[in-house]
Design a protein around this ligand. Structure first.
Ligand code: GAL
Length: 421
């Protein structure tokens, strides 16, 4: 284990109880447990959660972990549904994007407007994020951090050894890919899991059609928009990316692909920047061992997914503690500590970007820019509900695993899928 993590563990084990003891004597009795349902189970995600846990304990709130494995939250969402149906919602859940509104419509989500106004989120949280967590004029979630989906990670050692530069467009990407293949290194780590395919696709689509068209397709979801010829390129590119490694693709967790980057089996990986957090958790450094650039054609654009925690109504009625949790996780201190590990960037506009690693600095700066091209991720629930996201991901998956499916047929199916109820 990396020494930083060892020392973090030591601090937690030995010093935190002492610190807490001091606080307990003054203001806190027993830290109250709040069960939090989420899908952060990889090494980097676990460390990020532990960081939140630490910040909360210092403030008298105990994070009771309900972690459901499964990248992209497919399983966690099912568990949440069944707990709600059984009448036992957790106190807090990782509810993000459009799904927040769906759960609010059924009366599950607690308002956080009072916390937001006490903590001045209107001044400190990015307007795009605030907008995402506000529904019918009420704030309904606490923002944790902003992930950049259009991230291409590459192994710096491999690139230096072969004299390669990170590609900024698809022509450069093709040249780099060919050189890597020639040296027996997989150009791009790949998985056939539907949510991962959708993650790569939306980044490719953004590069291909630009932010304005992306919004038309993904945010407004006009069916007819999906039938035009500019979609062809994005679909063909997706097929090509899947095949350039020359091996039979299979479904596998995103962490396996990340592992290929550190072992130098593969040189590049297109994934949200939680993959950066993972590489860091394994001891790799974004300055020394790997780099991040925007997916070709998407420089200056930010395809975002914002992680948020919603406080849920249940029989335990721990409103004050739930509010406290929302307050603590959104302070500048917690946001910096958590996001540094998670791979994302603070949802706040008042931090110093110089304190961030180079990938995070790029992401935060692109997000904060006055004329920023910010677009929401469909694959990560920012732009549409669970059913629509799943329907689109299924079409893309079918299109890839069935080489007989024509591009026009895929477009026709996508045009229907984006209108899923
Ligand atoms: C995303 C989530 C991230 C990360 C990722 C991989 O949907 O926003 O925080 O956990 O899934 O599971």
């Amino acid at each position: 284990m990396n020494p930083v993590h060892v020392s973090q563990r030591v601090i937690r084990l030995f010093f935190l109880p002492a610190l807490l003891g001091a606080q307990c004597a003054s203001s806190l009795a027993q830290p109250l447990p709040i069960d939090v349902l989420h899908w952060w189970t990889s090494a980097g995600e676990r460390l990020a959660v532990e960081q939140l846990h630490t910040q909360l304990l210092l403030n008298g709130v105990r994070w009771k972990d309900v972690a459901i494995p499964g990248g992209g939250g497919m399983a966690a969402v099912k568990v949440l549904k069944s707990r709600v149906l059984m009448g036992d919602p957790p106190d807090t859940a990782q509810l993000i994007g459009a799904t927040l509104k769906d759960w609010d419509d059924v009366g599950l989500v607690m308002p956080l407007t009072a916390v937001a106004s006490r903590q001045q989120w209107a001044q400190t949280v990015f307007p795009t994020v605030l907008n995402l967590i506000t529904y019918k004029g009420v704030v309904i979630a606490a923002p944790l951090g902003i992930h950049r989906i259009n991230t291409l990670l590459y192994n710096r050692h491999v690139f230096v050894r072969l004299g390669l530069l990170p590609p900024t467009n698809w022509e450069e990407f093709a040249v780099v890919a060919q050189k890597l293949s020639g040296q027996g290194i997989k150009p791009l780590a790949w998985s056939d899991e539907a949510w991962q395919i959708a993650t790569v696709f939306e980044a490719v689509l953004l590069g291909e059609v630009g932010p304005k068209r992306y919004r038309e397709l993904i945010v407004n979801r006009k069916s007819s928009a999906w039938l035009s010829p500019d979609i062809d390129k994005a679909l063909e590119r997706l097929r090509w990316l899947r095949t350039i490694s020359g091996e039979v693709p299979r479904e596998r967790p995103w962490t396996e692909s990340a592992r290929e980057i550190t072992s130098e089996t593969a040189a590049m990986f297109i994934m949200g920047d939680w993959a950066k957090g993972e590489l860091m958790a394994w001891g790799a450094s974004p300055e020394r061992d790997f780099g991040c650039v925007a997916v070709p054609g998407t420089r200056q654009m930010h395809l975002y997914s914002v992680d948020t925690l919603a406080m849920l109504r249940n029989a335990r009625k721990r409103t004050a503690t739930q509010e406290k949790l929302a307050e603590v996780v959104t302070t500048a201190q917690s946001q910096l500590a958590y996001n540094r590990i998670k791979g994302s960037v603070p949802a706040r506009n008042d931090i110093d970007p110089a304190s961030l690693d180079p990938c995070a600095r790029d992401s935060w700066t692109a997000f904060a820019a006055r004329d920023a091209a910010l677009v929401p991720s469909l694959a990560h629930r920012m732009a549409a509900d669970e059913a629509t996201k799943d329907a689109v991901a299924q079409v893309l998956w079918r299109f890839l695993i069935n080489p007989q499916m024509q591009v026009n047929e895929a477009k026709r199916r996508l045009a229907l899928a984006v209108r899923s109820p």
